[in-house]
Write a protein that binds this ligand. Structure first.
Ligand code: BES
Ligand code: MN
Length: 451
């Protein structure tokens, strides 16, 4: 039996060091997007290495793969052998982060971790540098309690936020070193700060870059406006066809189903999202299904003349980026084709349509297993409340690659996020109580996996 009191004491003992290590990692702006200084990823990989060394791990390597898709961002692959015959657990997190966005969306400096009311603010404090320190914290706890009960491999990726371009190559190249009985992906959400969760489904993702052209140059909008529409108006009319009157995605051929298991009250959703008074919800079916098991389509960027710089002209060309989230069970390639077909069939007035780069990421659907029960027990003991299974509307596409290469491995999707984490946006933060409970739960889990 694991003795909860000694685990709790060990967590409280290591927590100040682990917290300081998290803060040191957050101070490194390791943004994987190519527009940012990529040497910061080398710095954060070096810092992750030091942190793992502090957990008593000596077999640590930083790897950048060369692939046809370019050079990978630095990933850390580390291993420590446990007792003879004990299972091997692969611990995953990522040390890259999203760009900080506009400074005025933050109340504190994005790369200076700052505690306010029990939450630690800063880019990556949650997604997913806390995932890195969740693993490191659990390992420190176990070392303090007498040594690792299982063999562990750590894979700390540096390119998750750009869609893991070299992941499949990595998997094939280092298959032998990544092989594990259990895989813990610490990059997800919890139901609330008081109620822990295992993530049992994630949506997939399809990205598409679209350009609409109507003229070969800009024109005086008074002299020529009338006989035809400008490119922004045409693109807007095309975008408007992507949803029906209810605001449900109207692209034929997309799958989705209603998940009636979780009750997500509308008032809670409005509060979690910060929906403005009077703004209506869209779609149909339960709220959980709209978030987790039905498709969603957003325009996430548009290149168009700014209001400030507008001259009174008809704009000849408009480019926009679509992000489609797809339901678990749907193949991304099918959804991609359905989306392109819809756009081609609905583009109005014969405007020219060009597709740029696409992006495909598979969804995830867990199948219940005994290790998930051990994880739920560990979450319950650590948090002192009953865990709930959740779906997630976001995507972790490489999980599907992992499960193809290691079909026997049991995959657990855990994490330190909560509904107020604001990953990817300004004021991202980590609830420090969640962080502590998550470290305790993972230490208990690893200990129980070793028994
Ligand atoms: N940690 C997120 C996935 C996530 C999102 C978990 C919301 C729980 C709640 C992950 O880092 C992420 O943002 N993934 C990207 C994938 C994309 C870059 C291919 C996403 O969902 O946009
Ligand atoms: Mn993440």
């Amino acid at each position: 039996m694991t003795d909860l009191a000694s685990f709790t004491a060990a967590v409280d003992d290591v927590l100040p060091v682990v917290r300081a290590e998290l803060e040191s990692l957050v101070r490194i702006p390791s943004v994987s997007s190519p527009a940012f200084d990529q040497s910061e990823l080398d710095r954060s990989a070096a810092r992750v290495t030091e942190i793992l060394q502090g957990c008593g791990i000596t077999d640590i390597e930083t790897i950048k793969l060369e692939t046809p898709n370019g050079t990978g961002r630095p990933a850390i692959l580390a291993h420590k052998q446990g007792p003879e015959g004990a299972p091997t657990v692969l611990l995953y997190a990522h040390h890259d982060v999203q760009p900080p966005g506009e400074r005025d969306t933050w109340d504190t400096e994005p790369f200076e971790p700052t505690e306010v009311d029990g939450r630690l603010y800063g880019r990556g404090t949650a997604d997913d540098k806390a995932g890195v320190l969740l693993h490191a914290g659990a390992l420190r706890v176990l070392e303090q309690l007498g040594g690792l009960p299982v063999s562990v491999t750590l894979f700390i990726e540096g390119e998750e936020e750009i869609g893991s371009p070299t992941f499949v190559n990595f998997l094939n190249t280092y298959k032998d070193r990544l092989e594990a009985d259990v895989i813990v992906v610490a990059d997800s959400n919890n139901w609330t700060v008081d109620v822990p969760s295992l993530t049992t489904s994630l949506r997939g993702i399809v990205g598409l870059d679209v350009t609409v052209d109507v003229l070969d140059h800009a024109l005086h909008s008074g002299m020529y406006g009338g006989p035809m529409l400008d490119a922004v108006t045409v693109a807007s009319r095309l975008i408007a066809t992507l949803h029906d009157e209810n605001g449900s995605v109207a692209v034929a051929g997309l799958a989705g189903y209603d998940d009636t298991q979780a009750d997500y009250p509308e008032e809670q959703l409005r509060q979690d999202m910060g929906i403005l008074d009077g703004v209506e919800l869209t779609g149909t079916g339960s709220i959980a299904s709209r978030l987790w098991t039905q498709p969603a389509l957003s325009v996430i960027g548009m290149d168009v003349t700014s209001v400030e710089k507008s001259s009174n002209t008809m704009i000849p060309s408009c480019r926009f980026q679509l992000s489609l989230r797809i339901a678990p069970g749907q193949e991304p390639a099918d959804a991609f084709e359905a989306l392109k077909k819809h756009l081609e069939e609905h583009v109005p007035f014969g405007a020219r349509l060009t597709f740029g780069a696409g992006e495909l990421g598979p969804a995830f659907q867990a199948v219940n297993n005994d290790v998930m029960d051990i994880a739920r027990d560990s979450l319950r003991d650590a948090w002192g409340s009953e865990p709930v299974d959740i779906g997630v509307g976001g995507s972790i596409p490489f999980i599907s690659d992992l499960s193809k290469v290691f079909p026997e491995a049991k995959i657990l999707v855990t994490g330190i996020e909560d509904p107020d984490t604001r990953a990817h946006s300004g004021n991202e933060s980590l609830d420090l109580g969640v962080f502590r409970n998550a470290i305790l739960a993972e230490a208990l889990l690893l200990s129980r996996l070793g028994q």
